[in-house]
Design a protein around this ligand. Structure first.
Ligand SMILES: C[S@@+](CC[C@H](N)C(=O)[O-])C[C@H]1O[C@@H](n2cnc3c(N)ncnc32)[C@H](O)[C@@H]1O
Length: 231
């Protein structure tokens, strides 16, 4: 059976200093395991307190490689390694216009906001209203007021702010929703878990003037995309 074993919910007791030490240790681990290479992504992972994006009774496990459940239907905050796993092949960088499908906890959007900097743009779409409100609260408390947050079906993208340099779909789909390919710049990249029989591949797409090139990165396990292009 593929999946994760959740540790039991507990009252959080860890201090800010303990979380900081765990965050530094996690970043060292991500570098050693070759998930993390770029300085901008590294600095973002060191800056954003992941524990502030996790429901209280799982907060003390913030830096474990486990996806924790969030308010809403089938929503999770992904494992810590998932963020460099997606953002490194995307080449997420300063100044990018970035679209995330699947806001979840808001943590991935906060990391992206730090990476793209003030000259870039982050738009994130979440389909589940409960999850959306949870993420919005997390981001407000963390001081991120400049991320465009949308409660809706991310399969449709966000034409108003397109074209995007980079797009990450953080839920598994059978095929990439066509509006997202349309809203990607020529030279832009999109990354997504893609369902293939009973497994999922993380696939990187690059759009050029001829069409879209595809590169499979590794096997992954994500919640399924909902909405009109849902799995
Ligand atoms: C693995 S979680 C996202 C983790 C998130 N990026 C984070 O950092 O916490 C996948 C999310 O995609 C959302 N989702 C599923 N289908 C969607 C759709 N069509 N449009 C927008 N969000 C969707 C789920 O509700 C869930 O919150």
């Amino acid at each position: 059976m593929r999946g994760w074993i959740l540790p039991p919910p507990i009252e959080p007791i860890k201090t800010k200093q303990q979380f900081e030490a765990e965050r530094v240790a996690k970043v060292t681990w991500l570098i050693q395991h070759e998930f993390l290479k770029s300085d901008r992504i590294k600095d973002a992972l060191l800056k954003v307190p992941r524990e502030d994006f996790i429901p209280e009774n799982y907060r003390d496990y913030a830096y474990l490689e486990v996806p924790f459940p969030l308010p809403g239907e089938r929503a999770t905050i992904s494992c810590p390694h998932s963020y460099p796993l997606f953002y490194e092949p995307l080449g997420l960088d300063r100044g990018d216009r970035f679209l995330e499908i699947g806001l979840g906890s808001g943590y991935g959007a906060a990391i992206a906001r730090e990476v793209v900097g003030p000259e870039g743009l982050v738009v994130s779409i979440e389909i589940d209203p409960l999850t959306f409100e949870y993420a919005k609260g997390n981001l407000e408390r963390a001081g991120y007021s400049d991320i465009v947050l949308v409660n809706g079906d991310g399969g449709l993208g966000h034409p108003e702010f397109s074209p995007f340099d980079k797009i990450a779909i953080t839920a598994a789909c059978v095929a990439i929703p066509p509006p997202l390919i349309d809203q990607l710049k020529i030279g832009g990249r999109l990354i997504s878990p893609v369902i293939k029989a009973d497994v999922q591949d993380l696939v990187l797409y690059e759009k050029d003037s001829e069409g879209v090139q595809r590169l499979t990165i590794c096997e992954v396990l994500y919640v399924s995309l909902r909405g009109i292009y849902g799995a």
